[in-house]
Design a protein around this ligand. Structure first.
Ligand SMILES: [Zn+2]
Ligand SMILES: [Zn+2]
Ligand SMILES: [Zn+2]
Ligand SMILES: [Zn+2]
Ligand SMILES: [Zn+2]
Ligand SMILES: [Zn+2]
Ligand SMILES: [Zn+2]
Length: 114
């Protein structure tokens, strides 16, 4: 289900390309419009962070977090970057993943920023 049609003819992700890098299983991917892009030569692969012990997809029923106030609603223009995680989308908040769920945020664990 790769429906990514970003044009990379004029952009190659790399150090200081302007996109946030995330360490993923020994390589670096780049957050690009809510997708996790990995460069292979000059081709782009879509990656998604795996659901595992470090990044569980479970409900933490009310993650006590001071990174944004409790009325904040994550969305396309909320100011946080969307991150694909398993089969859903989370938001990157201070180095960890927030998943909006029933009016609260689940904490889906830390990511390693590159
Ligand atoms: Zn880039
Ligand atoms: Zn990209
Ligand atoms: Zn990757
Ligand atoms: Zn929840
Ligand atoms: Zn948090
Ligand atoms: Zn947000
Ligand atoms: Zn998640």
């Amino acid at each position: 289900m790769s429906n990514c049609n970003h044009n990379h003819s004029s952009h190659t992700h790399g150090a200081n390309c302007g996109h946030q890098g995330i360490v993923h299983q020994g390589h670096v991917d780049y957050l690009h419009d809510g997708h996790l892009h990995h460069m292979v030569g000059n081709k782009v692969e879509e990656h998604s962070l795996p659901v595992d012990a470090n990044n569980p997809s479970s409900c933490t029923s009310g993650h006590a977090c001071k990174s944004h106030d409790s009325t904040h609603k994550h969305g396309p223009d909320c100011g946080h970057q969307a991150v694909p995680h398993g089969d859903h989308v989370d938001y990157l908040v201070d180095g960890h993943l927030h998943h909006p769920h029933n009016g609260h945020c689940d904490n889906h664990g830390k990511v390693q920023l590159a």
